[in-house]
Design a protein around this ligand. Structure first.
Ligand code: PLP
Length: 384
């Protein structure tokens, strides 16, 4: 549908045509199992290992430090639960209140098994203070997990500082780099474990990886044929892995142009949307991922706003799906201290490599009217 505008690229992105082209042979003629000894298997193995090398090169790690998974939810769980299992029970984890549920709920579950956890507060733009990480460290802390860039509000975290501090103390450092990969530099030298997902950068859904730097001790979550150096049993998703490598190559090749355009669009969005009365920007105005911008509008519900924009052909999101029946506001907005009256009226706009200035114009044309319409129907008034 050419006249629709897609501004929800942090939820997922369209598969780029070059990525699809790279994948197609592995759904067709080259359908072998990468563990088979015959020619089909050897071609699949070659494709998996070439992809692994190309991703490792892009990240600046060794290829045997990449463990392919079914996505970043699994990679986060492998890092967090796997390191807890390797610790042998008990111990202490430090994380932040603004992590993605894939990390947060893994830590919460570990708590129910007797692992202690500190959930660090963040400042008003969502940043974790490295000094707070240092202060929370205990003798039995075995893992610190802080994301590279926030998926709801875009704020970048000081992962280089936090990671170096962990290294000095011999504590593993994990970062969820799902939204940051291909968009900003990542201080990989300070990271032991890093999660990523292909579908956030114009690759396919259902494939991710965990970087496991040498010397990081993990116990696998899946047991079986011993694939991925024993860390993740299960037949490799050959087309998915090939697609992920193609998506990483594309992101690298285009990075400067695409992220410059994203930054320009973000700046325009911030300037223009804040002209609407009763509006606030959530997250850091500059130290942010280039593709994510999050606003709150007083006296309206984010879900109604998303639905109205969808009727106008513009796809956005509220930031995080309110899956709970009592419609609790996003844990990220609560953590940065957005007043409850505004936390319900949030809108996340996220751009991708295909987003144009015309798409942003279209949103900017429609948004003030939609906000006004919803406020006219609202029992609350701006300023209450
Ligand atoms: C920061 C972050 N971590 C983890 C995930 C989960 O990734 P996947 O969809 O590959 O399981 C997402 C996707 O929403 C994300 O944005």
């Amino acid at each position: 549908m050419p006249d629709r505008v897609y501004l929800d690229n942090s939820a997922t992105t369209p598969v780029a045509s070059s990525v699809l082209d790279a994948m197609l042979p592995y759904f067709g003629a080259e359908y072998g199992n990468a563990s088979s000894l015959h020619g089909y298997g050897r071609e699949a193995r070659r494709a998996v290992e070439t992809s692994r090398e190309s991703i490792a090169d892009a990240l600046g790690v060794r290829s045997d430090e990449i463990v392919f998974t079914s996505g970043a939810t699994e990679a986060d769980n492998l890092a967090i639960v796997g390191s807890a299992l390797a610790h042998g029970g008990g111990g202490h984890i430090i994380t932040s209140r603004v992590e993605h549920d894939a990390a947060l709920h893994a830590v919460e579950w570990l708590r129910s098994t007797g692992v202690a956890a500190t959930f660090l507060d963040v400042d008003e733009v969502g940043r974790v203070d490295p000094d707070a990480v240092r202060a929370a460290m205990r003798r039995d802390t075995f893992l610190v997990s802080v994301m590279a860039g926030n998926n709801e509000i875009g704020t970048l975290e000081p992962i280089g500082d936090i990671g170096r501090m962990c290294r000095d103390r011999g504590i593993l450092f994990h970062t969820d780099a799902v939204q940051a990969l291909g968009k900003v530099d990542i201080a990989i030298e300070a990271v032991d474990l890093l999660s990523a997902s292909a579908h956030k950068l114009h690759g396919p859904k259902g494939v991710g990886f965990l970087v496991v730097r040498r010397g990081s001790r993990l116990v696998p979550l899946f047991h079986g044929g011993g694939h991925e150096r024993g860390l993740r049993s299960g037949t490799e998703n050959v087309p998915g892995i090939v697609g992920f490598a193609a998506a990483v190559r594309l992101a690298l090749a285009e990075r400067r142009d695409v992220t410059d355009a994203m930054r320009r669009m973000r700046r325009r969005l911030i300037d223009r949307v804040l002209e609407i009365p009763g509006t606030r920007l959530n997250g850091h105005p500059e130290q942010s991922l280039p593709h994510i911008t999050n606003f709150s509008f007083a006296a309206i519900e984010g879900e109604s706003l998303v639905m109205k924009l969808d009727e106008a052909g513009i796809a956005t999101s509220t930031g995080s799906a309110c899956s709970s029946p009592n419609l609790e506001p996003s844990h990220v907005l609560v953590a940065i201290g957005v007043p409850l009256s505004m936390a319900h009226g949030s809108l996340r706009i996220s751009t991708g490599r295909e987003t144009t200035d015309a798409d942003i114009d279209r949103l900017l044309d429609v948004l003030p009217g939609v906000v006004g319409e919803l406020r006219a129907m609202s029992p609350f008034k701006v300023g209450e």
